[in-house]
Design a protein around this ligand. Sequence first.
Ligand code: EPU
Length: 417
Amino acid sequence: MSERFVIRGGRPLRGEVAVSGSKNAALYTLAAGLLSADPVTIRNVPEIADIGEMADVCRSLGAEFEVDGTTVHIQAREFTETAPPTELVMALRASFLVMGPVLARAGEAGCASPGGDVIGVRPLDVHLAGFRALGAEVERVGAEWVARASKLTGARIFLDYPSVLGTVNVMFAAALAEGTTTIVNAAAEPEVEMAAAMLNSMGARITGHGTAIMTIEGVERMHGTDFEVIPDRIEAGTYLLAGLATGGDLHVTNADPAALDSLLTKFHELDADVTVGDGPGVRVSCLRPLNPIQVQAVPYPGFPTDLHAPMAAALTQVPGVSTIYERVFDNRTLYVGELRNLGARIITGGQTVIVEGGSRLSGAIVRALDIRAGAAVVIGGLAADGETEIGGVEHLDRGYAHLAERLNAVGADVSRR
Ligand code: EPU
């Protein structure tokens, strides 16, 4: 039988927890390491399964890759292959990010349509249109997308949608293009901003990152760097929501409050007690009954789609009717059935989730269907009376480092069997 988490719920989470480096940002730094022939060191990399998968994708192209705890050393002197094997690409969405660096350095790059969470249609048109705008010819060859360009030339590029990975991929290619690229309607997520900062530390000339209009002056070559990944705002949000759902008092010591504006606003609307200092750290507790709220999941700086499912799980414990409207992915509500198995009063209608909260949940056998749907059932299990058994642990391992240990350190009873 595959591994499971067993949670004995009903215990308020109290105390301090520190989160790992951002999963998604770390994945971007690994691909960014391919932009230079020099050694690149990345620190504060989370110890999660996706990092190993991404390292394998990069190794398959001839890059040297050493993962040493939370530090990763990369050196991509030259590429022995310009396309990773499809079976590696299928393991995670971020694998497609090798396209930009390999195209820019080798003049040709290939990659199959990547795997990743089944949370909706996940097209690649933004990436491919960006490569074309920089002068590449892009075609589909069998299962692979292949892009070729003897030279990339800067351009003004409007993205149809501010795709996160699409922005990063086009930025990677544009960093080594000739001339200036302006990306209009760029994703402004802190992880994208951080990836641009890493590129600048390697000699790129990028401005406007973290906003919807980014300008990239191409450079001829990029050098090595020693760079630290930002704390994971989604992991931080997940713990804070777990604290709230269990009626606890949780302090995420290294959360960046500025990256969590949308969540903190919802905490205020809920009437939770939130403490934010001048530096890092967010503490949340609930001394009074909370108010129901409305949430819309949209691109940054709006409420993150990656906290939609964890928020829904927490709202099962808030008296009254709350709603969540998902506007980023079209298949993000599969977790609803799992929360119903725990006794939650929650339904979906199209892209909207309606939660009638405030009743006790009771332990049951449920599944983690993707990373964030998994986080939702963990929060449900922590709030529920009795024992909850969670299958599909591999999804949680993709995104949450040391999950059971961290929860147990703040009063949970979670074991892995
Ligand atoms: N989209 C397009 N065209 C494209 C690409 C995307 O229309 O070419 C649409 C998608 O269909 C979707 C929307 O854009 O409706 C958002 O997709 P986006 O491309 O922004 O998402 P992503 O880059 O594939 C990253 C994260 C996700 C996170 C989203 C949104 C990584 C590896 N993944 O995905 O993280 O949900 O941005 O913030 O960075 C997770 O961590 O659990 C996770 C799924």
